[in-house]
Design a protein around this ligand. Structure first.
Ligand SMILES: [Zn+2]
Length: 324
């Protein structure tokens, strides 16, 4: 496969969540920040590989979610529970309109994951500069995730006959409980999940391969654990496609709560992402990278270097910045 890499992004990814009254420092502008930096590094070539997504349709969402859950998202109370806010969210016209707009933005980001996966299948590599809503279950949202773009993408591609087997590599600090639950017992999907042993969610689901990691793990031990897990997964499973859930909250400056762990430095985050990307480039297996957890002003730094590496692995772009 001759490799090209595409980036999927839309300015509406920067959702305004203020209606929910949450105090969480969501890095809603991280896709924009990553793009800005890449434009500086790769100049005009970035716009040649930039693709705008379309919102996932309800028909697509229904492949991964119950109708009752999707219907329930019309109600402010469902959103309040998923975002864990104490502030009551009044059921008035203004709020209902705002939530409808927000829901469309989440569908757009989900469409972005579907688009990135399609592009990866065709060209080898792609990244969606947003989404990664791995906590959403089939019939409920959880942990700031209202719908699961990763599960929806797998179901859409399988229903179209584009792929049979998908490997999901989830390296977010928090276990991708929703994704693992949705694919429990499904032999066509392998969920490899490296996550915090002590951290939320406190009730863990069973993934195909769970690697629970203690929060004070050293960077080298973290990388070794990931390397072993990749080898183990590939010995058992042959994927047509890899979805790499590139959580940036394992980064010391991307944590939801400072001091929560793992506190990995940027250099380890880079080694981590390069290990995943290079493994599948060398095996000639298509890979789509999806953002995921990452909070505060600096989470974008970890996302950026993974995406930059992905671009640098293709023939059409050379990493002129060679930031080492
Ligand atoms: Zn997370």
């Amino acid at each position: 496969m001759s490799k090209k890499a595409f980036l999927v992004y839309h300015c509406a990814y920067q959702s305004d969540l203020s209606v929910l009254g949450t105090r969480v420092a969501f890095a809603q502008d991280r896709g924009a920040k990553v793009l800005k930096k890449l434009r500086e590094e790769f100049a005009g070539t970035i716009d040649e590989v930039l693709v705008k997504p379309r919102p996932a349709t309800f028909k697509q969402l229904e492949l991964a979610h119950s109708q009752a859950h999707l219907e329930g998202l019309k109600e402010p109370e469902s959103w309040r529970k998923i975002f864990g806010t104490d502030k009551p969210l009044e059921r008035n016209k203004e709020n209902l309109n705002t939530l409808r707009k927000l829901f469309r933005e989440y569908r757009l980001k989900t469409g972005g994951t579907i688009t990135a996966a399609r592009l990866a299948l065709k060209h080898g590599l792609a990244a969606n500069l947003g989404a990664g809503y791995h906590h959403a279950y089939r019939d409920r949202g959880d942990g700031f995730c209202i719908i699961n773009d990763i599960a929806t993408t797998v179901k859409v591609l399988q229903s179209e006959g584009r792929v049979k087997t998908v490997l999901i590599i989830d390296l977010d600090f928090h276990q991708g409980n929703g994704t693992s639950n949705i694919f429990a017992g499904d032999k066509s999907v392998f969920t490899l999940d490296v996550h915090s042993k002590e951290g939320w969610p406190f009730h863990k689901e069973k993934s195909s391969l769970d690697v629970p990691v203690k929060k004070d793990i050293t960077p080298q031990a973290y990388l070794d654990a990931l390397k072993q897990a990749l080898t183990k997964a590939l010995a058992k499973f042959k994927p047509d496609l890899v979805l790499f859930v590139q959580g940036a909250d394992a980064y010391e400056y991307g944590q939801l709560n400072k001091g929560e762990g793992f506190s990995l430095p940027l250099s380890t985050m880079r080694e981590r992402d390069e290990l995943v990307i290079d493994t599948f480039v060398e095996l000639n297996i298509p890979l789509a990278l999806i953002f995921a957890g990452g909070y505060g002003d600096r989470a974008w730094e970890a996302h950026h270097q993974g995406v930059r590496h992905l671009l640098s692995r293709t023939g059409i772009l050379s990493d002129s910045s060679n930031a080492g």
